[in-house]
Design a protein around this ligand. Structure first.
Ligand SMILES: *[C@@H]1O[C@H](CO)[C@@H](O)[C@H](O)[C@H]1NC(C)=O
Ligand SMILES: *[C@@H]1O[C@H](CO)[C@@H](O)[C@H](O)[C@H]1NC(C)=O
Ligand SMILES: *[C@@H]1O[C@H](CO)[C@@H](O)[C@H](O)[C@H]1NC(C)=O
Ligand SMILES: *[C@@H]1O[C@H](CO)[C@@H](O)[C@H](O)[C@H]1NC(C)=O
Length: 459
């Protein structure tokens, strides 16, 4: 058997095993009703449901170049790490909430799911899990690697990999490094290449720019008032109602359930599902109305901490923005001079915090009204929904095409679906993309925007 077929065979066995041993993956009842509201704790499959039936399926019709002549000449992928354990901070919230549920005195009318939480479910999350990548997260990246190579076979190819034309850059966080290793393994297995032969570089300046942007740290990250809108929402009437409903379902006094408890209940359902693909009894604590409110709270956080809320959020990604465009320019230069394109593919693995500021800088998902604590109802149809934008393994892919006669086009894909740069047609001319982002290309200087060398003596 060829390595390729062996891989498919093993994958099939694995799928069969996971389907029939514990989880019936085609059984919709194993998916919590609230799974589509998990925000950044969401499963990639919720955004691409066809993957539930076949994790290696690709939809080639999403890449429909304007003419059959178009040839892909470069690909950049900026990818969030795969499914991970909760961070220590969230594990602590989950442990506290678990204790509250355990201590509440059982009543005769305890529903089945409540008895299940109290008597059968055991707390297995520990503080040392600290956001590490889980097995599912390894698979997320292995599978994404295979799908992207199926979508762009001329770029993500064995030949390009062997020749070193595929470049890997990762954040130093263990969950990102391990995601990178998993992505590489996916390709190595596909083509019978030894993984050790594929290099990657760690680059936090690019993939964790937010840690190095002084103005962002001062004004947003370390500013206790920056998330005012989220804080207000968390003590507002919508969230209050969710707390009461959870208290009622548990049969405990309202005073026992805080905003943290609600968050913990939501996380317990989300993590049990993301990590183990189970619809756990915790999911019974929230209905869809509650989950939409939780999703809004999470969107408020991302909006104000990483997106349109403050100008510096998007500007903190200037360094990555320029890096993306300078790699494109390098490819075009190589290509136009008839040289082989030395770096045909760049795979860059980072965080939701890496992707969101960049998506915002590019103008994606901008609603006419800002997300605020008091406009939950009028934001029902907002485009800014982290559940759709930023599940685990979320990815922004940019593909450069030569459509003949030097006509270059650039196509953006988000989570393997075609999207349009705001204000541009689908698969626009590269020249139009440059024009659209002219001001950023000419400015958007990381050191200036982030006030790295603020001359205080001038004042
Ligand atoms: C899985 O669920 C589907 C749909 O509910 C059902 O048709 C199928 O028989 C189930 N498979 C197993 C192995 O239980
Ligand atoms: C594939 O993509 C096309 C175009 O975006 C869409 O109409 C179609 O529903 C997709 N098919 C699947 C199975 O997702
Ligand atoms: C992740 O990487 C670390 C080293 O960086 C390693 O010790 C650990 O075993 C890896 N975890 C998984 C799940 O592969
Ligand atoms: C959201 O969209 C739905 C369907 O188009 C519409 O009925 C509803 O009025 C919209 N809600 C708001 C708040 O704009």
């Amino acid at each position: 058997m060829s390595t390729d077929r062996k891989f498919v065979f093993l994958t099939t066995l694995l799928l069969l095993y996971s389907c029939c041993s514990r989880v019936n993956s085609s059984d919709v009842s194993s998916i919590p009703k609230i799974a589509k509201y998990f925000g950044t704790k969401g499963r990639y499959e919720e955004v691409n449901p066809h993957l539930i039936a076949d994790i290696l399926a690709v939809n080639k019709s999403v890449i429909r170049p304007p003419s059959p002549q178009c040839r892909a000449i470069r690909l950049t992928a900026i990818i969030r790490h795969g499914t991970r354990y909760p961070t220590t901070k969230n594990v602590i919230k989950m442990l506290r909430f678990y204790e509250i549920v355990q201590k509440a005195s059982p009543t005769a009318e305890d529903k089945g799911w409540l008895r299940e939480i109290r008597e059968e479910w055991t707390m297995w999350y520990t503080e040392d899990m600290d956001g590490r990548l889980v097995q599912k997260g390894i698979e997320d990246h292995r599978h994404l690697a295979v799908r992207l190579s199926k979508l762009f076979p001329s770029l993500i190819s064995a030949e390009n990999l062997r020749r070193g034309h595929i470049r890997f850059i990762t954040s130093s966080k263990h969950r990102c490094v391990n995601s990178t290793l998993a992505f590489k393994r996916g390709l190595a297995e596909l083509w019978g290449i030894r993984e050790g032969e594929i290099d990657h570089t760690v680059n936090d300046a690019l993939m964790r720019f937010f840690d190095q942007c002084k103005k962002f740290l001062d004004d947003v990250s370390d500013n206790p008032n920056a998330l005012y809108e989220m804080d207000e929402f968390n003590v507002g009437p919508e969230m209050g109602r969710v707390q009461e409903k959870i208290a009622d379902r548990l049969g405990v006094p309202y005073s026992h359930i805080t905003a943290d408890s609600v968050e913990a209940a939501f996380y317990l359902c989300a993590y049990e599902f993301a990590i183990k693909t189970v619809n756990s009894p915790w999911c019974q604590l929230l209905d869809e109305v509650d989950a939409q409110i939780m999703e809004y709270a999470s969107d408020l956080k991302q909006y104000w901490k990483r997106a349109y809320g403050y100008e510096i959020n998007r500007k903190s990604s200037c360094i990555l923005f320029h890096d993306v465009f300078s790699r494109l320019e390098q490819t075009i230069e190589d290509y136009n001079s008839g040289k082989p394109v030395s770096e045909a593919v760049t795979i860059q693995i980072g965080h939701a915090e890496t992707l969101l500021p960049l998506l915002t800088l590019l103008g994606f998902f901008k609603d006419s009204e800002p997300l605020r604590s008091e406009n939950y109802a009028s934001q029902t149809n907002r485009t800014f929904r982290t559940s759709l934008m930023l599940p685990y393994t979320a990815n922004l892919v940019l593909v450069l095409y030569d459509c003949g006669g030097g006509e270059l086009r650039l196509q953006p894909l988000l989570n393997e679906k075609a999207v349009d740069f705001p204000g541009l047609s689908s698969m626009p001319l590269y020249a139009d993309v440059r024009e659209r982002y002219k001001e950023l290309l000419q400015g958007c200087d990381f050191e200036t925007e982030c006030q790295l060398f603020n001359k205080t003596t001038e004042n």
